[in-house]
Design a protein around this ligand. Structure first.
Ligand code: LLP
Length: 437
């Protein structure tokens, strides 16, 4: 079984309390406070190795971790040590991987509206590839590269016209997507590059069909389209494009209702689709984000107030919610949980885990059967490694949680908890409004 097919980190154990990476989660909650993001290093490294070995029979493969799923200095170091490159989408992500010591030729810059200053920063840091998304960006990148007297190696992001069955907000490959060139625009952009944009060097094509994908057929179709387009372009324009980026998207198992394919199955679908073609085998880039970090991460919360409504619905509120995990309120995402300090309790009740934020929609899990909760109990929500911290906000002026890395019964802080002073550190009160000096 691949790690993305399990709900919990692989080191999870039920002892007196729940433990991960050999660390007692109740002790972690006491030491670092809650809410607390916990990342299991062994799960993270094991899944990286699974990706590497699953694709090992295809020699021209480049693994690029999609930083948007979770981007911090320590996480970047681990992915770099495991031999991954980085798919980045902002100056902030580029700066994070640069400061973490990554070889910038292993970095790709993606995004549908990169600013001139971001393109300039990426050229200064010598990122390896730009995935050019649209006509405006092509003109701008060429102009900035020409000013700097450099050439940018690019992929062209295309919209392959594939609809996969995932939440509408995280579908990207469909015809009316905001991302990439339509297939009907490719020849125009290539002609422009050949004739006028002399500081752009096209290496290949890029597509990304969506996220939390369970159907391998979508990848088959995507590879087919990319290979056909590359060979058509090479024939028509006399070019030698030999790189294709198939994006990310492999799903994970948040609850028992989710049935993602394994990483081996994904690798087989992609490489089988490739081997159908006898043409020269191009370099394939793959950009997984969620399936790399999601299962390695959990979030710990402390139970607080509770309420039973007149029609018998029971809410237990925790000290976090939609600001540290916006996925339930944004995508109706479902999660599962355990009570860290009540592992062997057999008496259960059905509760809704509510967040602390001032919105009725701030519900983390609706209707889950858990041991009877009391204030002070520690609740562990699984599979929160991806798109939780990276989409966290300071809604209600609440400090973002800390993050710890656990391994071999040891824990290290990798993101400090925000303080109240952090929260006001960017405020400015104009002199005429000041009460104190
Ligand atoms: N490559 C590109 C061009 C992408 O846009 C994405 C994700 C990835 C790779 C990584 O996809 P993954 O392997 O993580 O599925 N916030 C949403 C997910 C948005 C994904 C955006 N793009 C969520 O929480 O479900």
């Amino acid at each position: 079984m691949s790690i993305n097919q399990g709900i919990k980190p692989i080191t999870t154990e039920e002892k007196e309390n729940l433990t991960i990476g050999g660390c007692d989660l109740k002790e972690l909650a006491k030491k670092y406070g809650t809410p607390l993001y916990v990342i299991d290093e062994q799960t993270l490294r094991t899944i990286c190795k699974e990706y590497k070995s699953a694709f090992s029979n295809y020699k021209n493969i480049k693994m690029m971790y999609a930083s948007k799923a979770l981007c911090t200095g320590a996480i970047t170091r681990i992915l770099d040590e495991e031999g991954f490159g980085f798919d980045t989408v902002s100056a902030g992500e580029i700066y994070t991987v640069y400061k973490a010591g990554v070889d910038m030729s292993h970095v790709l810059f993606n995004g549908n509206n990169k600013s001139a200053s971001e393109l300039e920063l990426a050229l200064n840091y010598k990122v390896g590839r730009f995935s050019v998304d649209n006509f405006h960006e092509a003109e701008m990148l060429n102009r900035i590269a020409a000013q700097k007297k450099v050439t940018a190696d690019i992929l062209l992001r295309i919209t392959p016209g594939i609809e996969c069955h995932t939440h509408n907000y995280i579908q990207t490959g469909q015809i009316d997507s905001k991302f990439g060139f339509d297939l009907s625009q490719i020849d125009d952009i290539i002609s422009l590059i050949i004739e006028r944009y002399k500081n752009l060097n096209i290496k290949g094509l890029h597509a990304h069909i969506g996220s939390q994908i369970f159907e391998l057929q979508s990848y088959h179709d995507e590879v087919d389209i990319l290979v056909r387009e590359i060979s058509r372009i090479n024939n028509k324009f006399g070019l030698k494009l030999n790189e294709m980026n198939i994006g990310g998207g492999l799903g994970v198992k948040y609850t028992n209702n989710d049935t993602p394919p394994s990483i081996e199955e994904l690798a087989k679908a992609v490489t089988d689709a490739m081997h159908k073609y006898s043409t020269e085998i191009p370099t394939i880039y793959i950009e997984p984000g969620r399936s790399i970090v999601s299962t390695a991460g959990v979030t710990l919360y402390t139970a607080g107030s509770s309420k039973t409504t007149s029609n018998g619905k029971k809410y237990v509120a925790v000290d976090g919610g939609m600001a540290d995990n916006p996925r339930p309120s944004m995508y109706q995402a479902e999660y599962t949980a355990q009570v860290v300090n009540k592992i062997n309790y057999t008496e259960k009740e059905t509760v809704t885990i509510a967040g602390r934020y001032c919105e009725s929609g701030d519900i983390l899990i609706s209707e889950i059967s858990l041991p009877k909760l009391e204030a002070g109990d520690i609740i562990c929500i699984f599979n929160t490694g991806a798109y939780n911290y990276s989409m966290a906000s300071n809604y209600n002026r609440v400090e973002k949680p800390a993050m710890v890395l656990v391994n071999n019964s040891h824990s290290d802080i990798i993101v400090y908890r925000e303080t109240l002073d952090n929260l006001i550190s960017h405020d400015n009160i104009p002199d005429r409004l000041r009460k104190y000096d």
